[in-house]
Design a protein around this ligand. Structure first.
Ligand code: AHR
Length: 326
């Protein structure tokens, strides 16, 4: 945790005037006035409360900074994101930022941006490109760490259990960095107790409807589920609906651990229907604006900026809810 805070603090500063990843673009021609800058942002979609909060935060930060932001919603389809990025390249924007729906398949379009001299910033999710010169910086959470935090809570909850604990996992979008990493971090930790077993794992695509549908099917095929690990709040909230419809009590008959800590998730935690939430912050707008401003001034930025995050149990959710922004 201490280490994470340290990295986050360094990330918050993020403006390094020398070394690190190169900026390119505006730097060589001198800085542009902020109201002359144009940034193209290719968003994943509007699949979750987290995503809506992320979009609002980014749009508000650019508006406040007086920088034009072109925005596109890919409706969770990689081909739509690629089209949007190509269109930003054609329009000759100064910078491109995007949150890649999946990890693979970005090299071609990122090479096109590079050839056009347009620096790219990744927000929220990573790409698996070997060539890290294809983007200037990656700003977002450590999803493996998030999965580990969820696993640690489960490990502690069942430390005295001598019986098998049946866990079902509601995965995020197949191939997306948070789905891959949250599963990996969780598995890495729970393997310390052989009683903890993930008996089924299916994608709910990070949506509430997906979480509900998958949970309904899981309840039918597994009569003895002890715990749900959902890769985001929305799928956990969908699972709550399915569990209640099956005549069971979420949070008691079946425990629920989720990731995000958006308001609806936090309310369910405060109400005892979710048992633990690992925070994933969607508030990336100001940090993204700082990156763009730094590059515009010819500075360089850290290649990896990790978001500062915490965890919540019921009491902490009750305390945090009144001031929760999203
Ligand atoms: O990439 C971040 C994840 O994407 C959030 O956890 C989830 O809610 C969103 O859809």
């Amino acid at each position: 945790m201490k280490k994470l805070m340290g990295i986050a603090a360094a990330g918050a500063m993020l403006v390094a005037l020398a070394g690190c990843a190169g900026g390119g673009g505006a730097a060589s021609e001198g800085p542009k006035a902020l109201d002359e800058l144009v940034v193209g942002f290719a968003q994943v979609g509007a699949e979750s409360g987290w995503r809506t909060a992320n979009t609002k935060d980014i749009q508000a930060a650019f508006e406040e900074a007086g920088i034009e932001l072109k925005f596109s919603d890919a409706q969770q389809k990689q081909e739509n994101q690629i089209k949007a990025i190509r269109s930003y390249i054609q329009q000759g924007v100064d910078y491109i930022a995007f949150s890649p729906v999946v990890e693979t398949g970005w090299d071609a379009v990122l090479n096109e941006a590079k050839a056009a001299g347009i620096p790219v910033v990744l927000t929220d999710r990573a790409v698996d490109s070997k060539d890290t010169s294809l983007y200037v910086s990656f700003l977002g959470s450590d999803f493996i760490e998030e999965g580990k935090k969820a696993g640690l809570w489960v490990l502690d909850q069942y430390k005295d259990s001598t019986e098998k604990v049946n866990i079902v996992q509601l995965e995020g979008t197949t191939g997306a960095a948070p789905a891959i990493d949250r599963a990996e971090g969780f598995a890495d930790v729970i393997r310390q107790n052989p009683n903890l077993e993930v008996i089924e794992s299916q994608t709910g695509d990070f949506t509430r409807a997906g979480g509900k549908q998958v949970m309904e099917a899981m309840l039918k095929s597994n009569p003895d589920i002890d715990l749900v690990y959902a890769h985001n709040d929305d799928m956990g909230l969908g699972a709550i609906e399915a569990i209640e419809a099956a005549g069971l009590k979420p949070g008691e008959d079946i425990k629920i651990v989720t990731v995000d800590a958006v308001k609806d998730g936090m309310q369910a935690l405060a109400d005892g229907k979710i048992n633990f939430i690992v925070e994933c912050s969607p508030l990336l707008g100001n940090q993204l604006v700082d990156i763009i401003k730094t590059l515009n001034e010819g500075g360089t930025v850290e290649p990896r900026i990790i978001t500062e995050e915490t965890t919540f149990d019921q009491e902490q959710a009750i305390e945090a809810l009144p001031d929760r922004q999203y």
